[in-house]
Design a protein around this ligand. Structure first.
Ligand code: NCD
Ligand code: ZN
Length: 345
């Protein structure tokens, strides 16, 4: 039986919500991951150091006994984020700021309306060495939903790189060949996270044979050529610029299966196994450890984890749903199988 032992991974892009929902999902990540970069798109957003530290406490309180899992906290960039808040964040262990263009995705109403008006704040981030995590989509209604990432590169990401050459940036959950190329061509202060769903699925998985709301996320799944470009990016010669960020984004079943369903795919129940499938498809299993456990830590200037997890090539059955507070949560591959599983210690 094929096995694979790798340093314990970190999830560099994770949504855990709050309250009972948080208590339902945090243990899934804590079982596989050592650390996770926690997204701040709560309602209201996590926009101050005090809010982030309280949120961190809530996550830690939801951990199963004897679990060593470190939430890495981020702040939500708003039109009101001032330079002194950036330096204060750096002093208090906040690892990054998250840019949501206003209206781009779930809970982004408080997002930035014009990034280039935040000059002093961006300069402060550059000076403090705090990365800007970008939800890389424009929100212009005239731009087709499938083109929003590519247009973001031209309109925002490239000008940003020119104006702030030392600003460290993560292009989050990239979905297109253009984004992969942009990151490869940029200096090493630019990196990208990649989700399991964008490595494993294309837009047919969303739309052929019926609309599948549980495959709806933002940025939206793209055509197969883009999926191939992502597989190439995470396994190619510049693969050190790409790292694991699940964007696991739980929503209750009734918020997904309705007339106007929320964006977000829940993958934390089997994140590393799903990535193993993708890397196996790309003939790149030897590169999984760097992607999952080393490249992200290096970018965030964190020490590598020292303990390991072992994956085994053995089919696991995914349940139809998990409990999500009082509600139900439909995971990626619900009712189906995954080709790998993590060996329990
Ligand atoms: C995320 C969520 O639900 O919070 N949804 C998603 O489709 N990815 C928000 C985000 O990261 O865009
Ligand atoms: Zn996200």
């Amino acid at each position: 039986m094929q096995t694979l032992t790798i340093l314990r991974p970190d999830d560099m892009h994770l949504h855990v919500r709050s309250g009972a929902a948080l208590r339902s999902v945090v243990p899934f990540s804590a079982r596989q991951m050592k650390r996770a970069v926690i997204m701040p798109n709560l309602k209201p957003p996590v926009a101050t150091v005090a809010q982030a530290l309280a949120y961190k406490e809530e996550i830690i309180n939801a951990l199963p006994p004897n679990t060593l899992f470190t939430p890495l906290m981020t702040l939500y960039l708003t039109d009101k984020t001032m330079p002194d808040m950036v330096f204060d964040a750096a002093k208090n262990g906040i690892v990054a700021f998250k840019l949501y263009p206003a209206g781009a995705t779930t809970n982004s109403d408080d997002g930035v309306t014009d990034l280039f008006r935040l000059h002093d704040t961006l300069q402060a981030m550059s000076d403090a060495g705090l990365p800007l995590l970008m939800h890389g989509e424009v929100v212009d209604n005239l731009v087709d939903i499938f083109d929003r990432e590519a247009v973001f590169i031209e309109k925002i990401a490239k000008p940003l790189c020119e104006k702030y050459p030392d600003l460290r940036m993560v292009f989050e959950h990239i979905t297109t060949q253009q984004a992969a190329e942009f990151v490869c061509q940029a200096d090493d202060n630019i990196a990208a996270s990649v989700t399991p769903q964008h490595l494993l699925m294309n837009r047919n998985h969303l739309l052929v044979g019926g609309v599948r709301p549980h495959h709806y996320c933002l940025p939206i799944l793209k055509r197969e050529t883009h999926r191939q470009a992502l597989l190439q990016a995470v396994s190619g010669s510049l693969s050190h610029k790409f790292f694991l960020g699940t964007d696991s984004a739980p929503h209750a079943q009734n918020r997904k299966e309705c007339a106007c369903g929320c964006a977000g795919v829940f993958s934390a129940h089997a994140a590393i196994e799903l990535y193993a499938e993708a890397f196996e498809e790309a003939n790149a299993l030897p590169k999984l450890q760097a992607f999952a456990s080393q490249n992200g830590a290096k970018f965030y200037r964190l020490p590598e984890n020292t303990d390991t997890i072992t994956l085994i090539k053995q089919t696991q059955q995914v349940p139809d749903f998990y409990a999500f507070g009082e509600e139900k949560l439909v995971p990626l591959r619900a009712g189906e199988t995954i080709a790998w599983r993590v060996v329990d210690e």
